[in-house]
Write a protein of this length. Structure first.
Length: 254
């Protein structure tokens, strides 16, 4: 069964068509890779699903609901979490506090109660324990009480995943998680994504330029070029698809 159904999504920015009639499904429990050359529309689609951008036309259904009617601040309540292409961590905060931020929106705290520490101790303790457990799962607990500043880039990327994991996501959206990583770190990250999917029953939407990683862990791959879907299927189908070869290699087969 499809958890996410994207139907005829079109996004225009003035005279620029960023997405043009895009349609695809992501089945529950599936890792779906979204790939394409620079400017293909991948990040635009990502931002539409996470409700940062509005659509010009089309619809998106998430677990039978109209996703486009859910405000951006309501995504986490529906089990939708994302990471960002550029790191979105607070360098001066501890790693643990950075992870805790990932689920503050689902607590009962308000600005007033948090400022005066009214009735928040139990909730904060629970949040802190869950954040530490997420770090342990990703083998990051040794960094928990240190500032994020100065940590290796690959570690910071994994901290972002821990922050998304704390909210018990159902749909995890990863925006170029392998960007800037070494080959060894990319391989480790691929194993981590598979492990998290299997252990937590996640559905994963992965935007990534690292083709080896995408082809190695995705069950379904959607290929965009100039805002349009040019191919969709399993990795073997995508590797040999003429339109994909043309888009990436200018028609020159590898």
């Amino acid at each position: 069964m499809a958890l996410l159904e994207v139907r005829d999504i079109t996004v225009r920015f003035g005279g620029i068509v960023a997405l043009d009639g895009l349609t695809f499904d992501i089945d529950e429990g599936q890792i779906c890779g979204l790939i394409g050359p620079n400017g293909a529309g991948k990040t635009t689609l990502f931002n539409v699903v996470s409700r940062i951008y509005d659509t010009t036309e089309g619809s998106i259904t998430y677990d039978g609901q109209d996703l486009l009617s859910i405000p951006a601040h309501g995504m986490s309540k529906h089990g939708i979490y994302r990471t960002f292409q550029n790191l979105a961590l607070w360098p001066g905060m501890t790693v643990l506090d950075n992870v805790m931020v990932g689920d503050y929106s689902n607590t009962k705290q308000t600005f007033f109660t948090a400022a005066l520490r009214l009735g928040t101790r139990k909730e904060e303790k629970d949040l802190r324990e869950r954040a530490y457990a997420a770090l342990e799962e990703l083998e990051l607990q040794q960094h928990a009480f240190h500032p994020a500043a100065g940590l290796p880039f690959g570690t910071l990327k994994r901290i972002e995943i821990a922050r998304a994991l704390i909210g018990k996501p159902r749909l995890l959206m990863l925006d170029e998680p392998a960007s800037g990583l070494t080959h060894l770190e990319v391989d480790e990250l691929a194993d981590t994504i598979r492990m998290l999917r299997d252990r937590h029953g996640l559905t994963v939407l992965l935007v990534e330029h690292h083709m080896k990683m995408v082809m190695g862990i995705s069950e379904n791959v959607v290929v965009l070029n100039f805002g349009q879907k040019i191919a969709e299927g399993d990795p073997n189908h995508i590797r040999n698809h003429p339109a994909v070869i043309e888009a990436y290699l200018g028609g020159q087969a590898a």
